[in-house]
Write a protein that binds this ligand. Structure first.
Ligand SMILES: C[S@@+](CC[C@H](N)C(=O)[O-])C[C@H]1O[C@@H](n2cnc3c(N)ncnc32)[C@H](O)[C@@H]1O
Length: 272
């Protein structure tokens, strides 16, 4: 990997040493721990969970690859001429090469607090056309908004599968921050775990989701662990919250592009 080419910045790296919640202190250095959804009661992006992320995320998020495929098509449709793009929580950055290709003029800022995920992300873009256009920051959204991105505006903001790592109040704050970073005429792409309004539908989805995991070869115990993590370690990002928070920030109503059980993808634009 040629570190000299893709920039890796530890600017504002204070939240490299924090739990996934930017505002919560943590013990170990560079630990990004989340009590989020997955096959473990607690997720550690700098530990085993992060190491096996690429395979386990496809269990946790039904239609994970399709979600990213549709997200990429939306980027091509709305933002191919983008000059400044922000990816919040790129994780291992598997879709970064396609995004770089889809937005050939854009300079990308990648905000990722986990050291391990950031290293994977760097590997994903290493040697790829456009890697020089990436600026990697080891930082979380809330912290970056107070420091390195204080005055920043982007014409494309992407935040896939991050918001549900946070509780409802924090989600609202982060939605405001994402909106604040999206410039006039800009696009925000958002995906997250999101439960339906009706409890009966949620129950059906849970039963179906459990069956799907068994079909994928998970043990009963793994399935129960995953289901038990709901609203304990992963928090639903309600569509109403997204609509209200972004509406208050003058963004257009969210357009739902995709849903697979609890996984949803929205396109939100800031009108000209
Ligand atoms: C579930 S992964 C999603 C990765 C990728 N976007 C995807 O769709 O596969 C969540 C990522 O968000 C990162 N993350 C956690 N807290 C964050 C924060 N405050 N700001 C930005 N990213 C954060 C985690 O380190 C992790 O890499």
């Amino acid at each position: 990997m040629s570190g000299s080419i893709a920039q890796l910045s530890r600017e504002g790296s204070s939240d490299a040493g924090k739990i996934v919640d930017d505002e919560t202190p943590v013990s170990g250095q560079n630990r990004v721990k989340s009590q989020a959804y997955g096959l473990m009661p607690s997720l550690d992006f700098d530990g085993d969970y992060g190491r096996t992320y690429k395979s386990n995320i496809r269990d946790s998020v039904p239609g994970y690859d399709t979600l990213h495929e549709i997200g990429l098509a939306a980027v091509r449709m709305t933002s191919s001429q983008s000059l400044k793009a922000l990816v919040v929580g790129p994780g291992p950055g598997e879709n970064m090469p396609s995004l770089l290709e889809a937005c050939p003029k854009a300079r990308f800022t990648l905000l990722e607090p986990s050291e391990q995920m950031l290293a994977f992300c760097k590997e994903s873009i290493d040697g790829v056309d456009g890697m020089h256009r990436c600026h990697l920051q080891q930082n979380g959204l809330m912290e970056a908004c107070k420091t390195s991105l204080k005055e920043a505006i982007f014409d494309l903001v992407i935040c896939h599968n991050v918001l549900h790592l946070f509780n409802g109040d924090q989600q609202t704050k982060m939605l405001h921050q994402l909106a604040g970073l999206t410039g006039i005429g800009g696009t925000l792409l958002l995906s997250a775990f999101s439960e339906p309004e009706k409890v009966s539908v949620t129950e059906s989805f849970l039963a179906l989701g459990g069956q799907r995991l068994k079909d994928r070869g998970l043990t009963e115990e793994q399935v129960s662990t995953l289901l038990a993590s709901r609203n304990q370690v992963v928090f639903s990002v309600d569509e109403a919250r997204v609509r209200t928070a972004l509406g208050a920030a003058d963004m257009a109503p969210p357009l739902q592009l995709y849903q697979a059980l609890f996984a949803k993808l929205w396109l939100i634009q800031r009108p000209n």
